[in-house]
Design a protein around this ligand. Structure first.
Ligand code: SF4
Length: 258
C-alpha cells in the first residue's frame, strides 16, 4: 500500500518525507561521520525490529530542521517537491565544512529512485555525496541512481522480513560498482546458517566487501538482543567465510542522538 503510494507520487516529482536534519551517523563503517539525513517514508518490508515505524507509514507532515543540530524543526506538509527539499538541504548545509555526506534513508529510499535522481545534481552542487541506506531489495531502482551515489549501506534481511537472498545478490552485483558494505541486524539466538549463507553470498560477489553485524537494539516487540557470546561466536564463524566481518552496534542511541 505504502509502496504503491510512494511510486504514484514519485511521478509527480514529489516525495513523502518523515524528516530532514543534521546528525551523527550511528551505524555501519562510516559511524561517527556528521551527515545530513534525508529520511523518506514508506517501506516494502516488515521487519519486527524496525525502529523507524513512522518511516513505514505515510504521514501528512515532515519535520525539517532549520539549523544543523539545533533540533528547531518546522513542519512541512507532505508530499514535498524537489525544490522545497533542495532549498532546505541548502539551508542545513550552508556551513560547508560540517557535512561531507547526505544520508538518503528511510523507510526504503529507493521507492523514490526517480525523485533522488533528479535531486542528486543539486546535492552535488552543495558538495554533498550521497550515502544510500537501503534494504537491498530493489535492484532496478538502484540502477537509476547508481551514478550519483558514493556509498551504499545495504541491509540484507531475512526471508521472514519479506526479502529474498537471490534479489540481494543481484542488488549487490550492481552496488559493487560503488563503495558498498553489507549490514545485517543480529537477533537473539541468531540462525548461524542464515548468516553463513549471507557471508558466502557476499564472497561470491566480491570477497573485499565488508560485512557488518549489528546486534539488534531492543525496540517494540523485540525485548532483548543477542548475548555477547552469541555475537562473538557468529563473528568467528563468519570470518572463516569472509575476511572483513565487523560488529558495530547502533552507536547514535548510546550518545542520545536521533
Ligand atoms: S527494511 Fe528498514 S525501514 Fe523497512 S521495515 Fe525493515 S528495518 Fe524498517
Amino acid at each position: 500500500m505504502h509502496q504503491v503510494q510512494a511510486r504514484r507520487t514519485e511521478r509527480g516529482e514529489k516525495a513523502f518525507l518523515i524528516e530532514l536534519y543534521s546528525g551523527v551517523q550511528g551505524e555501519g563503517i562510516l559511524v561517527g561521520e556528521r551527515m545530513v539525513f534525508l529520511r523518506f517514508t514508506g517501506c516494502n518490508l516488515t521487519c519486527d525490529y524496525c525502529d523507524t515505524q513512522m518511516s513505514r507509514a505515510i504521514d501528512t507532515v515532515a519535520r525539517i530542521e532549520r539549523t544543523p543540530g539545533a533540533r528547531d524543526f518546522e513542519t512541512v506538509a507532505n508530499p514535498i517537491d524537489q525544490d522545497s527539499v533542495l532549498s532546505r538541504v541548502t539551508r542545513l548545509a550552508a556551513e560547508r565544512t560540517l557535512h561531507r555526506y547526505i544520508a538518503v534513508t528511510g523507510g526504503e529510499p529507493l521507492l523514490y529512485a526517480r525523485f533522488i535522481r533528479r535531486l542528486a545534481p543539486g546535492l552535488a552542487a552543495l558538495g554533498l555525496s550521497i550515502y544510500l541506506e537501503t534494504n537491498g531489495t530493489l535492484p532496478a531502482e538502484l540502477e537509476r541512481v547508481l551514478e550519483h551515489v558514493e556509498w551504499i549501506a545495504m541491509g540484507v534481511k531475512e526471508e521472514a522480513d519479506g526479502a529474498s537472498l537471490e534479489t540481494a545478490w543481484r542488488f549487490l552485483g550492481t552496488a559493487r560498482a560503488r563503495k558498498v558494505f553489507v549490514k545485517s541486524v543480529v537477533r537473539k539466538n541468531p540462525d548461524i546458517e542464515h548468516y553463513r549463507r549471507v557471508a558466502a553470498g557476499i564472497r561470491a560477489v566480491d570477497p573485499g566487501i565488508p560485512f557488518v553485524l549489528q546486534p539488534v537494539t531492543p525496540y517494540g516487540p523485540v525485548v532483548a538482543g543477542p548475548a555477547p557470546g552469541e555475537v562473538l561466536e557468529l563473528q568467528r564463524e563468519l570470518k572463516r567465510v569472509l575476511p572483513d566481518v565487523r560488529v558495530i552496534p547502533q552507536t547514535h542511541k548510546l550518545i542520545g542522538q536521533i
